[in-house]
Design a protein around this ligand. Structure first.
Ligand SMILES: NC(=O)c1ccc[n+]([C@@H]2O[C@H](COP(=O)([O-])OP(=O)(O)OC[C@H]3O[C@@H](n4cnc5c(N)ncnc54)[C@H](O)[C@@H]3O)[C@@H](O)[C@H]2O)c1
Length: 273
């Protein structure tokens, strides 16, 4: 035993939802390297050697039920990484499906005391505090189909709202989760070089490029986002609960404080909506 073992995943079982590519894939590889047994769930085929692949479509509650049954057992860390930028089903894929899966795990006793959950939200979800009334109305609807219908009827089936929902869910449910010995957190990544970002390169990877050029950093790599994700679900983070950690190399903070005035209007928009 060493003090640093609190960061280790030796003897732990980890589930990565959305682990076929991008940040989820980096998270699965890192967890494996840290000593975990890893289950990767994804819509796309996941073929990471040394892991167990389970097919899931987060837009379909029945598919999630089947994936939960196939996973079985308990998990010590659940990483909710899957997401899309747009298209039909975005409200389910980015949030409702993840929540449904987590709640199934919880109801089945598959998240024991000491386990932890980490979501990938986005800088696009940071204005959640200023939209709490609407988010509470949505989050109060636990039923999969009713929540989906609400999101569509209220014109909330879009990227920004789904990411706000993730941040608000993490914040408002953290107390209930920790009462059961489970922690829940999220990261809000800045631009990260993944297949999803490449497919939306002008919007996603150009975002904050002026700041990164000024301070001499690049867009994040998927592994650079996996590091904080693994920390959040490790025993080393045992008092970290209910937070959305901003992982953007300091862009937002520089904008808020006007250390980087060119980023201030964007920081205000991201925070205030
Ligand atoms: N890349 C960025 O710059 C960036 C920035 C902020 C937040 N994010 C968020 O990070 C998360 C991971 O995205 P990424 O950039 O690594 O992209 P990615 O496309 O590489 O990963 C997303 C994964 O989700 C899976 N997925 C998509 N639809 C699914 C479905 N219906 N059921 C199950 N799995 C499904 C994909 O197959 C893929 O493996 C997303 O939630 C995204 O919104 C990305």
């Amino acid at each position: 035993m060493s003090l640093f073992d609190a960061f280790s995943y030796r003897g732990k079982r980890v589930l990565v939802v959305g682990g076929a590519t991008g940040m989820g894939n980096a998270t699965a590889r890192l967890a494996l390297d840290a000593g975990a047994e890893v289950v990767v769930m994804d819509y796309a085929s996941a073929d990471l050697p040394g892991t167990t692949a389970v097919h899931v479509n987060l837009a379909d509650a029945k598919s999630i039920d089947a994936a939960v049954a196939e996973c079985g057992g308990t998990v010590d860390a659940l990483f909710a990484c899957a997401g899309v930028a747009d298209g039909e089903g975005i409200e389910r894929i980015n949030f409702i499906g993840h929540r449904y899966l987590i709640e199934r795990f919880r109801a089945n006793g598959m998240l024991p005391r000491g386990s932890a959950i980490a979501f990938i939200s986005s800088a696009a979800g940071l204005a959640w505090r200023s939209n709490m009334a609407q988010l509470n109305e949505f989050l109060d609807i636990m039923d999969f189909d009713t929540a989906t219908a609400w999101a569509i009827d209220n014109k909330c089936a879009h990227y920004m709202f789904t990411k706000q929902a993730v941040c608000a869910y993490v914040a408002r449910e953290a107390m209930g989760f920790i009462t059961d010995g489970i922690r829940i957190n999220a990261i809000c990544p800045g631009p990260t070089d993944t297949p999803l970002a490449q497919a939306n390169a002008e919007l996603w990877l150009d975002f904050g490029a002026d700041y990164r050029a000024k301070v001499g950093v690049g867009a994040a790599t998927p592994m650079e986002q996996a590091y904080p994700l693994l920390f959040l679900c490790s025993d080393a983070a045992s008092v970290v609960n209910g937070i959305t950690m901003i992982t953007d190399s300091g862009y937002l903070s520089a904008g808020i404080t006007e250390a980087f005035p060119a980023g201030t209007p964007m920081a205000k928009m991201l925070l205030d909506g």
